[in-house]
Write a protein that binds this ligand. Structure first.
Ligand SMILES: Cc1cc2nc3c(=O)[nH]c(=O)nc-3n(C[C@H](O)[C@H](O)[C@H](O)COP(=O)(O)OP(=O)(O)OC[C@H]3O[C@@H](n4cnc5c(N)ncnc54)[C@H](O)[C@@H]3O)c2cc1C
Length: 417
C-alpha cells in the first residue's frame, strides 16, 4: 500500500440535513430516555436497560444502516459512526451494546447470512426486540485467537453438530437473545485460519420481553451456561464466562460458510474498528463537556478554575485530540462507505480505533485532574468514563495489534508475530 493516499479526500465537512436531524433527535432521545442520573443508577445496579434498547428500535436508530426491506432506513457506516458517537457521549455502555448487537450480530448476518436468517433476525433487531452477543475469545487469549481457540463442534451422522468449549468476555449476554458462537469444525493442517465455523445460537424462550438485563448467572439454552465476570468498567453491559457442554447445533444455524468463519469475521472488521473509534470519541466528548462546565463553575482563589492556564490548556488539549480522532474516524467511515474493497480502509480504520481510544484514555485523565476530588467520587460521572475507557485500548482488538497491522500492511514491515 502506498504511504500517501491516492484517493480524493472530501473537502465538504458538513453533514446533510437528514444526518443533522438524526443527531438532534438522538440528543433529545437521550435527555428523555437515558439522562445521566439514570445511567449512573444502571451502572451502580449493573443492569442493562433493555427498554432503552427497545426505544432505540422504535425511533429507527437501530435500523439506520440496514436496507429498507428489513425495516431499516438504508444508511451506511457514516450513519453508524454518527449514531454511536452521539449515544456514547455519557452512555458508552449503550455504544458497546450497539457494537455487539448491530455490528457483530446484525451486520454479520446482513453480509453473509442466508435469506432466511436475514428475514428471521434483522427485522427483530431493527425493531429493538432482539440483541446479540459475540462469543469468540477464549481463556487462552484474545490476541492470538487462532492459537488459543479450542472450542469445537463435531459433526454427527445425521448432519447435526455437538459443540463443547469455554469462552470468556462474552459481553452483553444477559441482554442477548442470540449468541454468535465461533468454534472449530474442521482441521486444516498448518492453516489455523481455516476450519472455523460461526453458529447462531438462540436463547431458550428468546422473547425480548423476558430478558430483563439482570440475568447474570444463568442457563442460556440446553448445554450453555454463563456467569458474570467482575470487572473494572462498563458495568451496565456485563461480560461473562460461558460454558458450552454438548450443545446440539443444526446446519441451519451456521452463519456464513462452514470452515470459512475466520474469513467471514475479518470481512466485518473495518466496521467494528470504526464503530469502536466512534464510541471512544463520544466518551471523550462527554468528558470534555463535563470538565469544561466544571471549570466554569468551580472557583479557587476568587476566580473560576478555567481561568488558570494549567486547566484551560488541559481543556484545549482534550478538544484538539477529540477533533483529530473524529477526523480520522470520519475519514475511515467515508472510505468504508465509498470504497470498502480498498485495502487502505483497514489501515485507516485501525489508526482510527487506536488513536481514538488512546485520545479518549488521555481525556478521561485530564477530566479527572480538572475535577480533582469530586471527580474521584461516585457522585460525578467522570469516574465512570475513566473506568469505561480502560477496556477500549485492548478490546475488541489491542492497540498493539493495530500497530502491528499498520506496520505490516501500510509500511511493508515484516510480520512481527
Ligand atoms: C470488557 C471486555 C469486553 C470484551 N468483549 C468481548 C466480546 O463481547 N466477545 C469476545 O469474543 N471477546 C471480548 N473481549 C475480549 C477481547 O477481545 C480481548 O480481551 C482482546 O482481544 C485481548 O485479548 P486478551 O485480553 O486475551 O490479551 P492477550 O492476548 O493475552 O494480550 C496480552 C498483552 O500482550 C500483547 N500482545 C500479544 N500478542 C502481541 C503481539 N503479537 N504484538 C504485540 N503485543 C502483543 C497484547 O497487546 C496485550 O498487551 C472483551 C474483553 C474485555 C476486557
Amino acid at each position: 500500500m502506498a504511504l500517501q493516499a491516492d484517493y480524493l479526500i472530501p473537502i465538504d465537512f458538513g453533514l446533510s440535513d437528514e444526518r443533522k436531524m438524526m443527531i438532534d433527535m438522538l440528543k433529545k432521545f437521550k435527555e428523555k430516555e437515558c439522562p445521566k442520573e439514570k445511567i449512573m443508577e444502571w451502572d451502580e445496579a449493573q443492569e442493562f436497560p433493555v427498554h432503552v434498547w427497545k426505544k432505540l428500535g422504535d425511533e429507527g436508530i437501530l435500523g439506520a444502516c440496514f436496507p429498507e426491506e428489513y425495516g431499516g432506513t438504508g444508511g451506511n457506516i457514516v450513519d453508524e459512526t454518527l449514531i454511536t458517537e452521539e449515544i456514547s457521549n455519557s452512555f458508552s455502555a449503550m455504544g458497546l451494546a450497539y457494537l455487539t448487537g448491530v455490528c457483530f450480530g446484525g451486520m454479520s448476518i446482513l453480509h453473509y447470512g442466508t435469506d432466511e436468517q436475514k428475514q428471521n433476525y434483522l427485522p427483530k433487531l431493527i425493531a429493538g426486540d432482539w440483541n446479540f452477543a459475540l462469543s469468540l475469545t477464549e481463556p487462552g487469549g484474545g490476541t492470538d485467537i487462532l492459537g488459543a481457540l479450542k472450542s469445537r463442534a463435531v459433526e454427527q451422522p445425521d448432519g447435526s453438530f455437538i459443540a463443547n468449549g469455554a469462552k470468556i468476555f462474552t459481553t452483553g449476554l444477559h441482554a442477548a437473545n442470540t449468541i454468535v458462537f465461533i468454534c472449530r469444525t474442521d482441521d486444516v493442517p498448518e492453516k489455523p485460519a481455516r476450519g472455523l465455523t460461526i453458529f447462531l445460537v438462540d436463547r431458550d424462550n428468546p422473547g425480548q420481553q423476558e430478558i430483563t438485563g439482570k440475568l447474570l448467572n444463568q442457563k442460556f439454552c440446553d448445554g450453555i451456561t454463563y456467569h458474570k465476570i467482575k470487572k473494572l468498567g462498563s458495568w451496565i453491559l456485563a461480560s461473562f464466562e460461558v460454558a458450552y457442554e454438548d450443545v446440539k447445533l443444526s446446519k441451519d444455524q451456521i452463519l456464513g460458510e462452514r470452515g470459512k468463519g475466520w474469513y467471514n469475521i475479518v470481512s466485518t472488521l473495518n466496521n467494528e474498528r470504526i464503530v469502536c473509534a466512534a464510541i471512544c470519541n463520544g466518551l471523550a466528548q462527554g468528558c470534555l463537556e463535563e470538565a469544561n462546565q466544571y471549570a466554569i463553575e468551580r472557583e479557587a482563589f476568587g476566580k473560576p478554575i478555567g481561568q488558570f492556564q494549567a486547566v484551560q490548556h488541559r481543556l484545549a488539549d482534550m478538544a484538539t485530540e477529540i477533533e483529530l480522532a473524529r477526523l480520522v474516524t470520519y475519514k475511515a467511515a467515508w472510505m468504508q462507505a465509498n470504497n470498502p474493497t480498498d485495502p487502505g480502509v483497514g489501515v485507516i480504520a485501525s489508526m482510527a480505533k487506536m488513536y481514538a481510544s488512546e485520545a479518549a484514555f488521555r481525556c478521561t485523565d485530564h477530566a479527572l485532574r480538572i475535577l480533582a476530588g469530586y471527580g474521584f467520587t461516585m457522585e460525578y460521572h467522570i469516574q465512570r468514563y475513566y473506568r469505561d475507557i480502560r477496556q477500549l485500548v485492548f478490546a475488541p482488538i489491542t492497540n498493539e495489534m493495530s500497530k502491528n497491522f499498520i506496520g505490516q500492511v501500510m509500511l511493508g514491515q515484516k510480520k512481527s508475530y
